[in-house]
Design a protein around this ligand. Structure first.
Ligand SMILES: *[C@@H]1O[C@H](CO)[C@@H](O)[C@H](O)[C@H]1NC(C)=O
Ligand SMILES: *[C@@H]1O[C@H](CO)[C@@H](O)[C@H](O)[C@H]1NC(C)=O
Ligand SMILES: *[C@@H]1O[C@H](CO)[C@@H](O)[C@H](O)[C@H]1NC(C)=O
Ligand SMILES: *[C@@H]1O[C@H](CO)[C@@H](O)[C@H](O)[C@H]1NC(C)=O
Ligand SMILES: *[C@@H]1O[C@H](CO)[C@@H](O)[C@H](O)[C@H]1NC(C)=O
Ligand SMILES: *[C@@H]1O[C@H](CO)[C@@H](O)[C@H](O)[C@H]1NC(C)=O
Ligand SMILES: *[C@@H]1O[C@H](CO)[C@@H](O)[C@H](O)[C@H]1NC(C)=O
Length: 217
């Protein structure tokens, strides 16, 4: 008799390493400060990424400018590190963003990615597996819309090899600067799920930490 067991793994949500701020942001008349509960949620995500060995191993710097919420039809809003089955994460999720404060604008163009960072202890300098890469996403009513996005790798739900342990999947949303220039092997649609070096991608496309550092001028 064949017995199929659902494979468990973790899905982690992260927020934007959003680097763009609206040029008009400082004229905001509403309160600038992050609400205490939002601040706690963002701190919790940061702690989670650290505990899960994703920061600094995968993300050298992790200063989310917005909270990213991930909704799967059959699960609802997931919690960071929640263990889910392949069936639960088969449909494409809905992503919403809550800016950490009113000076963070969501009017730009975004890159959405989901990478498999392997089990805890994986050497992240050897790269990850890309499960979802969409460039040119926009945000409407705080929800990421893919209507006009350039789908480099169409979303494909996690399906780690049986017995390989709980894989950590990170969903990331980055602001695409005007100078965004993806590596040539990730610039056309229809790429299948496969190896990606997240940090190389971030560095060479212009959305990585380098940009974050430069922005503080
Ligand atoms: C900034 O303000 C100017 C003048 O009010 C307006 O034309 C422009 O669209 C605003 N830009 C953004 C990004 O909100
Ligand atoms: C918001 O921040 C800006 C710049 O940091 C400051 O000039 C402004 O007074 C602040 N507004 C409020 C309501 O705190
Ligand atoms: C608003 O959030 C941004 C991004 O996290 C941060 O750099 C900035 O200091 C925050 N502003 C205030 C007034 O807290
Ligand atoms: C998820 O599964 C992993 C591996 O089985 C386990 O270490 C972890 O505690 C689980 N997490 C939750 C939130 O249940
Ligand atoms: C905006 O999002 C909220 C919360 O998700 C939802 O209740 C509302 O219907 C949405 N509004 C529009 C115009 O889509
Ligand atoms: C990108 O993918 C989304 C989600 O599958 C889809 O709705 C959208 O139509 C695609 N965009 C294009 C330009 O094909
Ligand atoms: C990305 O850039 C950072 C900062 O310059 C550097 O430390 C890191 O080694 C680079 N990573 C890759 C994979 O190129």
């Amino acid at each position: 008799m064949l017995y199929l067991q659902n494979i468990l793994f973790s899905v982690l949500a992260t927020a934007t390493l959003s680097l763009a701020q609206g040029p008009n942001s400082t004229s905001s008349s509403t309160s600038n400060s992050t609400s205490p509960s939002l601040k706690l949620e963002i701190e919790a995500i940061k702690a989670h990424f650290s505990n899960a060995g994703l920061s600094p191993q995968l993300l050298a710097t992790f200063q989310p400018e917005a909270l990213l919420s991930v909704f799967y039809e059959d699960v609802g809003q997931i919690q960071p590190g929640q263990n889910l089955t392949s069936d639960q994460v088969k449909p494409i999720p809905t992503l919403t963003l809550t800016p950490s404060n009113s000076s963070v604008s969501l009017s730009g163009s975004y890159t959405v990615m989901m990478v498999d960072a392997g089990i805890v202890g994986t050497d992240e300098t050897k790269g990850q597996t890309g499960h979802w890469i969409a460039n040119g996403c926009t945000v409407s009513n705080n929800t990421i819309t893919l209507e006009h996005s350039l789908n480099i790798t169409d979303y494909q739900g996690p399906f780690p090899a049986e017995g390989s342990g709980a894989h950590r999947y990170a969903i990331l949303v980055y602001v695409q600067p005007d100078s965004f220039n993806p590596p040539s092997d990730f610039s056309t649609t229809g790429q299948s799920v496969g190896p990606i070096d997240l940090n190389l991608y971030l560095n060479s496309s212009g959305i990585g930490p380098l940009f974050a550092n430069r922005r503080t001028t």
